[in-house]
Design a protein around this ligand. Structure first.
Ligand SMILES: [Zn+2]
Length: 390
């Protein structure tokens, strides 16, 4: 904990916080701090897209606080120029543009009396998820099952709606938080579940035609530990890939999918490319139909990147996609990756399978909930059409 004279303390030692170690937070002056995030691997392996601290203001007045986020490398700073602020108890997060100078992004925000958070993305942590699951466990419309546990014994829950499977209902699976930092999917699942509970005729119809299975936090260790991508700081699994370090969370995803055998599979991600949404589904025509059904949500409107048919580096290079997403150039990410869960579901169960990437920039948490609802409706609508015209 670092306490300033006026009583504002900044720490990353919390669920989802980064950096965890007090030695990475230095007080430079009155309400001015330098913070060095930590992440798994070096900049050639990961972007380092996790930063989240809590500011505690014990005074009675609002206090401006400046945090200089020192990323330790000037690489990938194009994704680290906007931060999110939340005062405890508020639903939404406010965007704050930082001044970027080399590897340091300086962001100033008003710390209200009490607790506020400053993060690279709106936070949704392990405790938030447990509260979400607990609330659903009280309801008869959903069955809550413990699918497995992480290396550190954290819970990986599977939610099924409706609880009983009917013969004609097709299994749908929605997963998120393969990558620890990508919080958008949790808000999208909140939207989807609220919609399915809503009693609207369309929701009732979908609950009759499909059985929905949600895995809302596949990487609870990475989430809790404040990591970017993997399940552990060292030797962790990259849960978005099939060939990865041995990890019970990976086994849990696989066993769940083998049990469910989904016919429709959606993996929710949020990359940091600010002006492009991703629909990665190995089928250009499908991606185009889906993008047409999705309303523009958030500002500014963005274009869709929808033509990734494969995860092999050679094919990505062939299409020139590396200019859009330079991470794709990193051979380590793709070499022997064994493909993704969408490839697995497609090959194994003949599923219509996709990953989506809906970046935060210009979107509120409620935008993400609305996007979740729109996505669920759209993929189900297309699926119904596919079933009716074989
Ligand atoms: Zn991701």
């Amino acid at each position: 904990m670092h306490k300033s004279k006026l009583g504002v303390r900044v720490t990353g030692k919390l669920d989802g916080g980064n950096p965890k170690h007090a030695s990475h937070i230095r007080e430079d002056g009155e309400n001015t701090f330098t913070v060095k995030p930590t992440w798994e691997g070096d900049p050639s392996r990961c972007y380092g897209l996790r930063f989240a601290v809590m500011a505690e203001n014990s005074g009675v007045d609002r206090v401006p606080v400046t945090v200089n986020v020192d990323w330790g490398t000037p690489q990938h700073m194009e994704y680290k120029g906007v931060y999110y602020v939340n005062c405890e108890g508020e639903d939404d997060w406010t965007e704050r543009a930082a001044k970027v100078n080399g590897q340091v992004a300086s962001v100033t925000f008003d710390a209200e009396p009490g607790v506020s958070y400053l993060s690279l993305a709106p936070m949704y942590n392990y405790s938030t998820y447990l509260a979400f699951v607990d609330a659903l466990a009280q309801r008869s419309e959903v069955e809550v099952k413990l699918a497995g546990k992480s290396r550190h014994g954290r819970e990986i829950w599977r939610l099924q709606m409706p609880p009983e499977e009917t013969e004609d209902a097709e299994p749908v699976t929605v997963v998120c938080r393969n990558n620890a930092c990508e919080t958008a999917g949790n808000f999208m699942i909140e939207g989807m579940v609220r919609f399915l509970f809503s009693g609207e005729p369309e929701a009732v119809e979908l609950m009759r035609k499909f059985t929905f299975h949600f895995l809302p936090m596949t990487n609870p260790d990475g989430v809790f530990d404040g990591l970017e991508r993997d399940t552990a700081l060292e030797d962790g699994a990259n849960l978005g890939r099939m060939n990865t370090a041995p990890d019970p969370a990976h086994d849990t995803i696989r066993t769940s999918l083998e049990t469910i055998k989904p016919k429709l599979f959606v993996n929710l991600h949020n990359w940091m490319i600010p002006d492009v949404d991703g629909l990665l589904c190995n089928d250009e025509l499908y991606a185009r139909r889906l993008s047409e059904l999705l309303p523009p949500v958030g500002k500014p409107p963005r274009r869709y990147h929808r033509e990734w048919y494969s995860d092999t580096i050679a094919e990505i290079e062939d299409r020139g996609d590396v200019t859009l997403y330079p991470m794709a150039k990193l051979p380590e990410l793709h070499k022997d990756s064994g493909g993704t869960w969408k490839d697995f579901c497609r090959k194994r169960f003949g599923a219509r399978a996709m990953a989506v990437e809906f970046p935060w920039r210009g979107r509120t948490v409620d935008d993400m909930r609305q996007l979740g609802i729109a996505l669920l409706k759209a993929v189900c609508l297309i699926r119904i059409g596919e079933r009716e015209t074989p």
